[in-house]
Design a protein around this ligand. Structure first.
Ligand code: UTP
Length: 297
C-alpha cells in the first residue's frame, strides 16, 4: 500500500535578488498578493492536500517568516477589545497546530536540491511534497491535491508540469516524454534549463513535487548541475534510470511566477479581481487604464 503524503518541504532560503531592494529586509515569501503573504497561499494549498507537517528551509534574514506563523497576542487583544470579529477570524485562519512547523537552515544558497536535502533528517522512509511558494496557482481544486490524487493512482515521483513556449523553456526544467497519458505523462528524461533548440518538449516543471525517499538519497551525492547549483531536477532524473517511476502531471489551473516582477504583478491583478469586495472598483480602474493607454498610442 502507498504511504500517505503528510509532510511538505518549503524551500525558502533563496536570496530573492530579483526583488531587490525590497528583499534586503523582507523575505520574498512574506510579500503580499492583495493582503496575504505568498507563503500563506502555499500553506493553504498544502493543507487542502492533507499535509500535516510543514518543514521550512530558511536562511539568514528570514525571521519575519517565523514570526508570521507565531501568535500575535497584541493584535489579538486589540481586536477582541474592539469586538472586530471579522478581523479576528482572518487572524485565526493563519493559526498552525503546535509543533506542525519545523525550521531548518540552509547556510549557503547552493541550489534547490541542496535546500531540500537540508530537511532530510525530518523525513522518514516516506514520500514527501515540495512546494515553492514563488509559484502561486489559482485552481478550483488546489494543485497539490490534484497531484496527491494522481500519486494515489500511480505512486512514484510526480512533478507538476505546464506547456510553455519554446523560447521560455530555457528558464525551466523540461520533460522528455516517454508516453503521454493525458493529465499524466511518463518521463524518460529531464533537462534543467536547456537551450531553446535543445529542449526535449514544451512541458516545463513548476514548483510542486511529490517525491520518493530515494530522491533524498540521490541528493546525498551533492553533485552540482546547471548553473553550478545542486539541482533537484537531477536527483529526480536519476530515478528514471533506477526505477522508471517519474511522471509529469498537467495540473488544471493557472500558475503565476511570483518570483518575477511581471508574474507578481499579473497575480496581483488576477487575485485582486477575484475578490468580491474589490472586483468592481478594481475592474473599473483597469478598464480606465486600458483606455488611457490606447489614447496615448
Ligand atoms: P529562485 O531560483 O527563484 O532563487 O529559487 P531566489 O534566490 O529565490 O530568487 P532570485 O532568483 O535571486 O530572485 C526558487 C526557490 O528555491 C529556493 C528559493 O527560496 C525559491 O523558493 N532556493 C533556491 C533555496 O531555498 N535555496 C537555494 O539555494 C536556491
Amino acid at each position: 500500500m502507498k504511504r500517505k503524503v503528510t509532510k511538505a518541504i518549503f524551500p525558502v532560503a533563496g536570496l530573492g535578488t530579483r526583488f531587490l531592494p525590497a528583499t534586503k529586509s523582507i523575505p520574498k515569501e512574506i510579500m503580499t498578493l492583495v493582503d496575504r503573504p505568498l507563503i500563506q497561499y502555499a500553506i493553504d494549498e498544502a493543507r487542502a492536500a492533507g499535509i500535516k507537517e510543514f518543514i521550512f528551509v530558511t536562511s539568514r534574514g528570514k525571521s519575519a517568516l517565523e514570526d508570521y506563523f507565531d501568535h500575535a497576542p497584541v493584535i489579538e487583544a486589540e481586536l477582541k477589545a474592539k469586538g472586530k470579529k471579522d478581523l479576528l477570524d482572518i487572524l485565526y485562519q493563519t493559526d498552525m497546530d503546535s509543533g506542525a512547523i519545523a525550521y531548518v537552515r540552509q547556510q549557503k544558497a547552493l541550489g534547490l536540491g541542496h535546500a531540500v536535502w537540508c530537511a532530510r533528517r525530518l523525513l522518514g522512509d516516506e514520500p514527501f511534497a515540495v512546494l515553492l511558494p514563488d509559484d502561486v496557482i489559482a485552481a478550483e481544486k488546489p494543485c497539490l491535491q490534484q497531484m496527491v490524487e494522481a500519486y494515489e493512482e500511480v505512486g512514484g515521483n510526480i512533478v507538476a508540469a505546464m506547456e510553455v513556449p519554446p523560447a521560455k523553456a530555457s528558464s525551466y526544467g523540461v520533460l522528455d516524454i516517454r508516453e503521454d497519458m493525458g493529465s499524466l505523462v511518463s518521463v524518460k528524461g529531464m533537462v534543467e534549463k536547456p537551450k531553446a533548440a535543445e529542449a526535449p518538449s514544451n512541458l516545463a516543471v513548476i514548483g510542486r513535487y511529490i517525491l520518493t525517499p530515494q530522491v533524498m538519497e540521490n541528493l546525498d551525492s551533492k553533485k552540482t548541475g546547471a548553473g553550478g547549483e545542486i539541482q533537484l531536477t537531477d536527483a529526480i532524473a536519476e530515478e528514471i534510470t533506477r526505477s522508471n517511476n517519474v511522471y509529469g502531471y498537467r495540473f488544471r489551473g493557472q500558475r503565476f511566477d511570483c518570483g518575477s516582477k511581471a508574474g507578481f504583478l499579473q497575480a496581483t491583478v488576477a487575485f485582486g479581481l477575484a475578490r468580491p469586495e474589490l472586483h468592481d472598483e478594481f475592474a473599473e480602474f483597469l478598464g480606465e487604464m486600458t483606455q488611457v493607454r490606447k489614447a496615448a498610442e
